[in-house]
Design a protein around this ligand. Structure first.
Ligand SMILES: Nc1ncnc2c1ncn2[C@@H]1O[C@H](COP(=O)(O)OP(=O)(O)OP(=O)(O)O)[C@@H](O)[C@H]1O
Ligand SMILES: [Mg+2]
Length: 431
């Protein structure tokens, strides 16, 4: 009988299976606490691909709605969660936020009437065919933002009001939490830094102190905000999600095996060597744990996940490495760079993972002309795949360690890779 595989490499984790990140949750919880007391704290969550950004954002949504109590605090925020892509316009973002409010509040006739009156400017704009598209490069409309701030403040005042007769909606809320995932996608025309700087300052001027904004995205998000408005970064507390420790990885693996044994009649065991190999392949990245774990679980035939299951699941045809590449990195390795010489540079640099490497060291291993190497480095820099060290010439590093690891694993002969993991595991157990 096939078993239900507990690992879930394709989606953010649901809160019931969320493991770890205690410090981050505590910090985010303190921001909710601040905002509930009228001192709004906005935040940025950044990190590499697959590190767990959307998962923690979703988890926070549950905490803020009061569906998960943390530290004896139970919140009751109205949560709007959405995301943006390269085509999202300012009007589009305003509409997404309005839609979020409507979804939460629009279940009584009285509330629907209030929302449609307060946000009527959006309908009028739509009727007049108003559009600010990233492609047409037009300046965002000042009055749009002004009216947006006004309508949002008015709505928030009503949903948080405890004054008799003012409580238009069934519940009164602690405040409104606006969560925006994939915020690094913001186009120049969306002007995300200015958008939120102006919005938050206008809300403050109107005495509206219960709106909290959380932006989530790749590390590039900070540049996106800075380029849009240099001081917008000051408005946000910054949380950079890091990799997990080996112990935390083991905690995740064991939690997922436990889940498999709750869901399946046939029980599954995992031995220490398999755990070690999973730790070595995962390097503390959540999406690696999920994919290597998934593939090892799928490869197992005898209800005991051992080293061979992990290796076969990872390195076999259609295995975890291929799937991770397809999902996250192949585009950078093959599609964005057409030339073999560029890939050669990446392979050489991946030996040092995301540490700084000098051009001299790259040149020592590079097979090809000097000019080809210089062109390759330039092309990789232009595509932000590698970064150059500020203030120094000829020193570079790969931007993302997860990508470096994948290149290293993917381009190493499988038997060599297995032996090197085994050697490390023996060294570690001796130590
Ligand atoms: N705290 C956690 N506990 C267990 N699994 C997690 C946790 N965080 C993330 N994961 C798992 O790791 C994988 C990646 O998570 P997620 O999609 O949240 O990452 P991300 O940083 O948003 O990725 P992307 O950069 O692609 O948007 C998913 O399979 C998810 O289920
Ligand atoms: Mg995500």
């Amino acid at each position: 009988m096939p078993k239900i595989n507990p690992f879930n490499p394709n989606y953010p984790v649901n809160p019931g299976m969320f493991v770890g990140r205690l410090n981050e949750i505590l910090r985010l919880e303190s921001y909710l606490f601040q905002t509930r007391s009228g001192q709004p704290s906005n935040f940025l969550i950044t990190g590499e691909r697959g590190i767990g950004k959307s998962s923690i954002m979703n988890y926070l949504g549950f905490v803020a709605r009061g569906e998960i109590p943390v530290n004896e605090n139970e919140f009751n925020f109205l949560v709007i969660d959405t995301d943006i892509d390269q085509n999202t316009t300012q009007l589009g973002l305003v509409k997404k936020i309005e839609l979020g409010l409507e979804k939460e509040l629009g279940n009584s006739e009285k509330a629907r009437k209030f929302l449609s009156d307060t946000w009527s400017f959006l309908q009028r704009l739509e009727v007049s065919g108003f559009r600010i598209s990233p492609a047409d490069g037009s300046k965002p409309d000042e009055t749009l933002l002004e009216r947006f701030a006004y309508s949002l403040a008015e709505t928030v005042e009503r949903v948080c009001s405890q004054i008799q007769g003012m409580e238009l909606f069934n519940a009164h809320y602690n405040g409104v939490l606006i969560l925006i995932d994939e915020a690094d996608n913001a186009s120049r025309a969306l002007d995300l830094g200015s958008f939120f700087k102006l919005l938050l300052e206008r809300l403050q001027r109107r005495g509206c102190d219960r709106v909290m904004v959380g932006l989530v995205g790749l590390s590039e998000l900070r540049n996106v905000l800075r380029e849009s408005h240099p001081s917008s970064l000051r408005l946000f507390e910054h949380l950079e999600l890091g990799r997990l420790t080996n112990d935390e990885v083991i905690q995740v693996i064991d939690r997922y095996i436990e889940k498999a044994n709750e869901d399946n009649e046939e029980q599954t065991q995992i031995n220490d060597e398999a755990r070690y190999f999973l730790v070595a392949f995962s390097e503390g990245y959540h999406h690696f744990i999920q994919q290597f774990g998934y593939s090892a679980f799928a490869a197992d035939q005898d209800d005991l996940i051992d080293r061979d299951d992990v290796v076969q699941g990872a390195l076999g045809v259609g295995g975890a490495l291929e799937l991770i590449g397809d999902r996250y990195y192949r585009d950078n390795f093959y599609n964005k760079i057409q030339k073999d010489s560029y890939r050669q540079v990446l392979r050489i640099m991946a030996d040092n993972l995301d540490d700084w490497v000098s051009k001299k060291n790259i040149r020592a291993k590079f097979k090809g002309k000097d000019s080809t190497l210089s062109n390759a480095i330039k092309a990789l820099r232009d595509r932000y795949i590698i970064l150059s060290k500020e203030g120094t010439r000829g020193i570079y590093r790969l931007q993302h360690k997860g990508f470096a690891l994948w290149i290293k694993f993917y381009t190493t002969d499988p038997s060599v890779l297995e032996t090197s993991i085994e050697k490390n595991s023996t060294a570690e157990s001796v130590a």
